[in-house]
Ligand binder design. Structure first.
Ligand SMILES: NC(=O)c1ccc[n+]([C@@H]2O[C@H](COP(=O)([O-])OP(=O)(O)OC[C@H]3O[C@@H](n4cnc5c(N)ncnc54)[C@H](O)[C@@H]3O)[C@@H](O)[C@H]2O)c1
Length: 358
């Protein structure tokens, strides 16, 4: 029997609530499957630790994380710490330190979930957004000078390297190739940004030659927001820069019903390092501790993690269970229901234990 080492980092806000829910579902899946075990180590890294000790990740922490097969992450962010401190203190050192350059964001309308798009139901919106996750606008290059003076200057430099762009394009074309529609939309802004984004477009065209069975088109990011709303069926796989995909995927999540259902994986396709799986949402201060956080994003995230680990059967069983529960109307308030996190989790665990999930 295979045993996978999972590093759980629930961190802040609703993170601990939804990660606990996800771990419960994973336990039930491992018991049902019988072919694998999960050895979960939970880390208390987060804003509370930072406030007490002055750091998010202790010395040697990243080296220890490297030994995990995958990382299951909640959310980081606290009302009394600036967001750039929390993000750069915990999440980005893992993404960048482990070269998790492909951020994958599947989005579809689950049965029982109502999209704010009038005519869109399950099947009408089924996308995979691939976000460049190592450079671009979030490369961390820049600086500030003359702080506080009238002459103060700040730069935030977007970095695009041939290696970085080519590898994400290859990953995106290969991902599109595995999907039934085999279509990729390359999101760009090369009309206004004439260096990095023009190279981005050129490399997309070069890489496309190696994927003759994948059709592709190019869309400016501003036009893409309209297309997502007006023609959701025209979209299949999408590749975009770190910033563009960050924004587009929140829109995608909202169009699919709620941020509370949207999963993501920060993947190192070379598998040199563990990949990290997390719900897209943040700490959600407004609902923390109320027991109504939607655990569906955390379940879907767990399914992505299982797929990455090679446990496709368990991943699919988890998604079937989640879909059954959503279709039966056991929904948290963000998607129109009255169920609590615990009630949705119990229903999913019961579905995993009891039903024929294929
Ligand atoms: N990956 C991350 O760790 C991450 C991502 C985004 C934001 N953040 C941080 O989280 C904090 C709050 O950020 P924000 O308010 O912009 O975004 P957010 O995702 O925390 O919340 C946005 C809205 O969505 C709702 N929501 C989010 N997840 C939900 C769930 N599972 N169930 C039901 N409703 C849900 C919230 O209640 C809120 O109304 C900030 O500190 C921010 O930096 C962290």
């Amino acid at each position: 029997m295979k045993t996978y080492r999972i590093a759980a980092i629930p961190a802040d806000g609703i993170g601990p609530e939804v990660i606990a829910a996800g771990l419960e579902a994973l336990d039930a899946l491992a018991a049902r499957d019988g072919g694998f075990k999960l050895d979960v180590v939970t880390y208390d890294w987060g804003s509370e630790t930072y406030k007490k000790k002055g750091y998010f990740i202790p010395d040697g922490g990243l080296d220890e994380l490297k030994r995990a097969d995958a990382i299951y992450f909640g959310a980081v962010g606290a009302p009394d710490i600036p967001d750039h401190v929390t993000l750069w203190g915990l999440r980005l050192p893992i993404c960048q330190g482990f070269d998790q350059y492909a951020n994958i964001r599947p989005t579809r309308i689950l049965p029982g979930v109502v999209s704010p798009l009038r005519d869109a139901g399950p099947g009408d919106l089924d996308w995979l957004i691939v976000r460049e996750n190592s450079e671009g606008e979030y490369a961390g290059h820049g600086g500030r000078a003359h702080r506080g003076l009238p002459e103060e200057v700040a730069t935030e430099v977007a970095i695009f390297t041939r290696v970085g762009v080519e590898r994400i394009m290859r990953y995106a074309f290969a991902s599109a190739q595995k999907r039934p529609r085999k279509h990729l939309t390359v999101v760009t802004k090369s009309n206004a940004q004439k260096f990095g984004m023009v190279m981005w477009d050129e490399i997309a065209a070069e890489v496309s030659a190696d994927f003759p069975d994948v059709t592709w088109d190019k869309e400016l990011v501003d036009a893409m927001t309209m297309r997502m709303v007006r023609k959701p069926r025209s979209i299949d796989t999408v590749v975009a820069t770190n910033l563009h995909a960050d924004i587009l995927s929140d829109l995608a999540a909202a169009l699919a019903g709620s941020l509370g259902v949207a999963p993501t994986g920060n993947v190192d396709p070379s598998r040199r390092y563990p990949s990290m799986f997390e719900p897209i949402h943040g700490s959600a201060f407004d609902i923390t501790g109320k027991g109504i956080a939607n655990p569906v994003a955390s379940f879907w995230t767990a399914a992505l993690m299982l797929e990455h680990l090679g446990e496709a059967r368990a991943a699919s069983a988890l998604m079937v269970a989640v879909e059954q529960v959503c279709a039966a109307g056991v929904l948290t308030p963000d998607i129109g229901g009255t169920a609590t996190t615990v009630e949705v989790t119990r229903a999913v665990v019961e579905a995993i234990r009891g039903a024929n999930l294929g």
